[in-house]
Write a protein that binds this ligand. Structure first.
Ligand SMILES: [Zn+2]
Length: 247
């Protein structure tokens, strides 16, 4: 009879599953970042965002300042020209016209200068804030880098543990019939990491350990006979009768 020992294969599969769950736990641990690192990363991103925002504001003000400055220089040049022309003019009417023009230009220059002063002040304030945040970032950077390095080391150590345990798991998997292993792996992927469940006997009724559904007697019988692979009618997982002494 080309009949594999199903109960034995399921028992091996159950042990394999314990290894798989351990591998899952290692992967989860790798993903779990230390709270100090999470906090430092958040702080870093808050600082970077704030800095970028302030620098953008600073540049906008700088552009505004330069524009005003150029306009003031242009107006001053025009006023100088008007003054020169006024000096050369002998007509009283023209003199008055130049005088008015000079007045207008001076008023505009004063207005613009007044507008420009607060821009400069705001720029100074921003520059101060940027300096403070940059100092904060400079202080945070080595701490963040140290935490990142520490975490990378932690993840690498877990990876080594994972690879070692994975090799042992693969070795163990080699002794399990391939079709059963494939079925188990498919179910495990779809069912929260559990592909094979034990049958639990409780007050004379048979339950699936994974989903707690009560197994009809004929299903339980088939599981105990171990002539074929039986799946739980509730969750679809492979059912193993469990260690002999459980009966
Ligand atoms: Zn079940």
């Amino acid at each position: 009879m080309v009949h594999v020992n199903i109960a034995g294969a399921l028992a091996d599969l159950y042990t394999l599953q314990e290894h798989d769950q351990e591998l899952d736990r290692i992967k989860e641990k790798q993903e779990q970042l230390p709270p100090e690192l999470v906090e430092a990363r958040e702080q870093w991103s808050r600082l970077s965002e704030k800095l970028a925002q302030l620098k953008e504001q600073y540049l906008a003000l700088q552009r505004e300042y330069h524009q005003n400055d150029l306009e003031i220089k242009d107006l001053a040049a025009k006023r100088k020209q008007a003054e020169d022309e006024q000096l050369q003019s002998s007509s009283l009417r023209e003199q008055t016209q130049f005088e008015n023009r000079i007045q207008q230009l001076s008023t505009r220059i004063d207005e613009l200068t007044e507008l420009t002063m607060p821009i400069l002040e705001e720029m100074e304030e921003l520059a101060e804030q940027i300096k403070e945040l940059e100092a904060e970032a400079a202080e945070l950077q080595p701490r963040l880098e140290a935490l990142e390095a520490e975490n990378a080391e932690r993840v690498a150590a877990l990876e080594e543990e994972y690879q070692t345990k994975l090799a042992r798991r693969q070795e163990m998997a080699g002794s399990i019939p391939a079709s059963l292993l494939r079925e188990y792996e498919t179910i495990r992927r779809a069912r929260k990491g559990i592909g094979v469940a034990r049958v639990r006997v409780q007050s004379g009724v048979y339950l699936c350990e994974a989903c707690s559904v009560q197994l009809p007697t004929h299903v339980a019988q088939r599981v105990y006979q171990s002539q074929q692979v039986v799946r739980c009618p509730g969750c679809g997982r492979l059912l193993w009768r469990g260690p002999e002494n459980q009966e």
